[in-house]
Every structure is written in structure tokens, then in C-alpha cells.
Design a protein around this ligand. Structure first.
Ligand SMILES: CC(C)(COP(=O)(O)OP(=O)(O)OC[C@H]1O[C@@H](n2cnc3c(N)ncnc32)[C@H](O)[C@@H]1OP(=O)(O)O)[C@@H](O)C(=O)NCCC(=O)NCCS
Length: 175
């Protein structure tokens, strides 16, 4: 499935994206609040995982294409996570620094959230965010999510932001 928003195209990843994704994932700004810069081999494994989810009909990440210049500027979509021994669907996002602070992550995350509830009928989605990651916290808030709790995820202090299908429906009705 592919989506258009005002300024973006969100489309499934394909194998040939590796040449565009590898330089992004080698960049420390792009990889902030995660495991650090990826080697080309790590990016290949990451991309294989996303494409495998897609093939198996599972929620996955989308390549984020900026419509004005047709560049692949990052990813936004779903991850499968285990948090405190519960299976969760996470909305995650990373963008090329040149495109930060224009509302683009919010635009992408809202489209992904709406797709998750409208088309995939997910009961709830979360975002896992380091407390110091203020821009990402803001994106989650603008995506209608609320802090549910604090936990430790992969050894890092982490805020669990969440929105349920019922909360999303209420937000849609109010708009
Ligand atoms: C998180 C990220 C995707 C946000 O992308 P973006 O397109 O700049 O996000 P938006 O423009 O939609 O929204 C960012 C919001 O954070 C705010 N913000 C930015 N820097 C901030 C700061 N230092 N302190 C507080 N708020 C800040 C912006 O003002 C904006 O909020 P506003 O609309 O209320 O003004 C981008 O910073 C990124 O790729 N970071 C590295 C990867 C990452 O951290 N991903 C998330 C992992 S949980």
C-alpha cells in the first residue's frame, strides 16, 4: 500500500533502496537516540527485515519520499516490539536532518497512525521515546499520543507513548 500526504509519499521499501538508506543510517544525527550509526551490513539486515514483514503481510516501515525533490528522506511506519513482555506495534520515524523542523515527521506519523487504525484495525499503537528526545516527544504528542508509563527498553530509560483505537475514533469525531 502506498500513501500520499500533502508533501510526502509513503511507499513500501524495496531492495534497491539500500543505496539511499545506507548513507542515512550511517549518519549519527539520523540515528540519534538509537544504537548509533549503522554499517552497510547492518542496514542491509534492517532493510531485509522490513521487506520480510511486508512480504508476510505484517505492518512494516514505509520509505518517506519528499514529493518536491523526489528524495528518499527517511522512514516512518511500524515496528514489532516486545515491551515489558508484551507484544506491541510501534510507530517509529527518522528523517534526514536537512528536513527537520518542517512538520514532516508529524505529517508522516499521522498518516501511518490513520492507516494503522483505519485499514489494519490495530487496537493500539505506541511510540518508544528516550525522555531527552524532545522533538520526537513532540511528534508523538502531535500524533495524539499520551505518555502511558516510563520503562527500560533495550537498557535505555524510555517513555511509552500510546494511543488506542477508541481514543483515535474520538479524535476523528472531534475534528
Ligand atoms: C524526531 C524527528 C523524526 C522529528 O522530525 P521533524 O520532521 O523535525 O518533526 P516535526 O517538525 O514534525 O516536529 C518536531 C517538533 O519538535 C519541536 N522541537 C524541535 N527541536 C526541539 C527541541 N530541542 N526542544 C523542544 N522541541 C523541539 C519542534 O518545534 C516541533 O514541534 P512544534 O510543531 O510544536 O513546533 C527528527 O528530529 C529525527 O529524525 N531525529 C533523529 C531520529 C529520532 O530521534 N527518531 C525518533 C526516535 S524515538
Amino acid at each position: 500500500m502506498e500513501f500520499e500526504t500533502r508533501r510526502l509519499i509513503l511507499r513500501p521499501f524495496r531492495q534497491e533502496d539500500v543505496d539511499l538508506l545506507a548513507p542515512l543510517m550511517a549518519n549519527t544525527d539520523f540515528m540519534r537516540f538509537s544504537l548509533g550509526a549503522f554499517t552497510p551490513e547492518q542496514t542491509v539486515a534492517f532493510l531485509d527485515k522490513l521487506i520480510d514483514w511486508e512480504r508476510r503481510g505484517l505492518p512494516s516501515q514505509f520509505a518517506v519520499i519528499h514529493r518536491n525533490d523526489n528524495r528518499l528522506i527517511g522512514y516512518c511506519g511500524f515496528f514489532h516490539q516486545q515491551v515489558d513482555e508484551m507484544d506491541e506495534i510501534e510507530i517509529g520515524y527518522r528523517l534526514n536532518r536537512d528536513y527537520w523542523s518542517r512538520g514532516l515527521a508529524t505529517e508522516a506519523a499521522r498518516a501511518v497512525r490513520d492507516h494503522g487504525f483505519r485499514d489494519l484495525k490495530l487496537p493500539r499503537v505506541i511510540s518508544l521515546i528516550h525522555p531527552d528526545n524532545l522533538p520526537s516527544r513532540r511528534v508523538a504528542e502531535k500524533n495524539g499520543m499520551k505518555i502511558e508509563r516510563k520503562t527500560v527498553f533495550r537498557g535505555f530509560p524510555t517513555l511509552v507513548f500510546a494511543i488506542t483505537r477508541e481514543q483515535w475514533l474520538a479524535e476523528c469525531a472531534a475534528e
